[in-house]
Design a protein around this ligand. Structure first.
Ligand code: BDR
Ligand code: CA
Length: 306
């Protein structure tokens, strides 16, 4: 049986890779892509999603979401993904016919209402999901699971203790984490562990045109380094859906810091049970990195543009 998913994303080079893998996985049925400001601004990330779909020749509706975090000022990481957010490859013009004329929250609401069970895969800041919870809390009863790339068990990549997606919009991350719905977290450590080494990049370059496009993006991507290993953070959420056996999963209480002077957006993943709270998420606390790399190569092999 295929699993119906909505991908909420801020492409983003690692987002683009995750989206492509999901679109070609026969176990997944991508019903909708929603965009959110994150790696770069909303216009760029939306254009990037539409360009990617054109390249992949896939017709999935795209709905634009939040331009900024709930309370904080937006940040951006051009240094990691390039000025447009998806630099390093000369993409075709975006397929604008796929852009819906309703916003991300309304589009998610429609898809959730017309499907029995849907999984939300969130690989950007959680602003759209927090807004969905605010507008349509009952929709979450129909959501099977929310799979999130975000947070860190230890130190962060944006703040000292904050991972980028949660640091960008801590209030939204808190709203989602505190909401009673099934959640899975693939934190920063998984992407750091399951590095994509140059020999893997070389291998995928020769698999098919999608692999070749990824290779060009990888040369520009600064999530890690091409020569010592790239971090495919957002693909770790897709790997949870397609190959969960590569993870060690643990039920944990996860709190989000929104008030700390230096720690906003930090995720307190209470592995040592210090907080005395009931678990609210399943967390990938370890990964078999070699198996992840094997899975990654075989997933890219399936991305044959038709
Ligand atoms: C996350 O932040 C973004 O830069 C990546 O796309 C990923 O979603 C990693 O911290
Ligand atoms: Ca992302």
């Amino acid at each position: 049986m295929t699993r119906k998913i909505i991908i909420d994303t801020d492409p983003g080079i690692d987002d683009a890779v995750a989206i492509a893998i999901a679109l070609y996985a026969k176990e997944l049925d991508v019903q909708l892509i929603t965009t959110v400001a994150g790696n770069v601004g909303l216009e760029n990330v939306t254009t990037n999603a539409l360009k990617l779909l054109k390249f992949l020749n896939k017709k999935v509706p795209v709905a634009k979401g939040a331009k900024k975090p709930l309370l904080k000022t937006a940040m951006s990481v051009e240094s990691v993904h390039g000025k447009t957010g998806m630099e390093g490859y000369d993409f075709p013009e975006p397929d604008t016919s796929l852009l819906m004329n309703i916003n991300a929250v309304e589009a998610m609401h429609q898809v959730i209402q017309s499907n029995k069970e849907i999984t939300l895969v969130c690989i950007g800041p959680l602003t759209n999901i927090a807004l969905l919870i605010n507008s349509y809390p009952d929709d979450l009863k129909k959501v099977k699971e929310i799979v999130i790339m975000g947070g860190a068990i230890g130190r962060g990549n944006s703040g000292v203790y904050s991972e980028y997606n949660f640091h960008f919009d801590p209030e939204s991350a808190k709203i989602v984490m505190d909401f009673p719905v099934s959640k899975v977290i693939c934190p920063l450590e998984i992407g750091k562990e399951a590095l994509i080494y140059p020999e893997i990049s070389e291998k995928i370059k020769n698999l098919n045109p999608t692999g070749d496009m990824f290779y060009s993006l990888f040369k520009r991507y600064r999530g890690g380094s091409f020569s010592t290993g790239l971090k495919m953070y957002d693909s770790t959420a897709i790997a949870y859906l397609l190959a969960p056996e590569i993870y060690q999963l643990s039920s944990e209480y996860v709190a989000i810091e929104t008030k700390g002077e230096f720690t906003q957006g930090a995720s307190l993943i209470d592995i040592n049970k210090k907080m005395g709270k009931e678990e609210n998420a399943t967390v990938a606390i370890d990964v078999n990195a070699d198996e992840f790399r094997k899975w990654f190569v075989s997933a890219v092999e399936k991305c044959k543009v038709g």
